[in-house]
Design a protein around this ligand. Sequence first.
Ligand SMILES: NC(=O)c1ccc[n+]([C@@H]2O[C@H](COP(=O)([O-])OP(=O)(O)OC[C@H]3O[C@@H](n4cnc5c(N)ncnc54)[C@H](OP(=O)(O)O)[C@@H]3O)[C@@H](O)[C@H]2O)c1
Length: 220
Amino acid sequence: MKIGVLGSGVVGQAIASALIEKGHSVMLGSRTARNEKTDLWVKENGARALQGRFADAAAYGELLFVALKGEHALDVIRGLDAAQTEGKTIVDITNPLDFSKGMPPQILEGLGNSTSLGEQVQALLPGSRVVKTLNTVNYKLMVNPVAVNGGDHNLFLCGDDADAKMQVKKLLADNFGWKPDLLIDLGSIQSARAIEAIVPFWVLIYRSLNSPLFNFKIVH
Ligand SMILES: NC(=O)c1ccc[n+]([C@@H]2O[C@H](COP(=O)([O-])OP(=O)(O)OC[C@H]3O[C@@H](n4cnc5c(N)ncnc54)[C@H](OP(=O)(O)O)[C@@H]3O)[C@@H](O)[C@H]2O)c1
């Protein structure tokens, strides 16, 4: 499958490399058509690794991941042509974090109470099918859940389109090894408010454990 990854940071690169290992072709998108970081990534990941601007990656992928710096994410999304994302499933990993006031981070002003990044991405690209997930785990765990507790822990997802959520669940299971019965569907994209809001709590646990390799496990 052709996949576009908007975001060339550690998250975008981890997702893109893992997908290439599974046989997909991936375009990693950034602000510039190429740069030192993406040149190196392409060199290290072989013939199925491509690079381009955010809009190139959006147009290239049959399915898209969004892993952008939270404070700039909506500007990047606004810059896309809606036709580039029409009918596509978009996996949104972005967190609306504001680190400017110290640790733990706050949720960016205006996001979190009556809306969320996930909802805003969906609203800006109404023809797409946004699924919020993976934002509550460290990037290493996203593509290798077995690294913690043998993979026995939970991942949350939400989105308005049932078929897109099924597609993403299968993608997470087939490519990254997430156990399907441990993926918890929290309903419509509005639930992104809660899924994004637990990230400052995640940061507190990270500071306390002094390791990013942990996750939530819901027992009942
Ligand atoms: N790190 C983790 O383990 C983790 C876990 C869960 C969720 N997340 C979330 O995943 C997202 C990506 O995180 P990350 O650590 O990989 O990278 P990041 O540094 O948060 O974001 C990198 C991306 O943001 C773009 N960007 C930066 N400044 C920009 C600007 N002024 N205008 C437009 N785009 C800009 C960069 O563009 P260029 O490509 O041009 O440099 C790059 O593609 C974040 O929202 C983060 O909160 C991270």
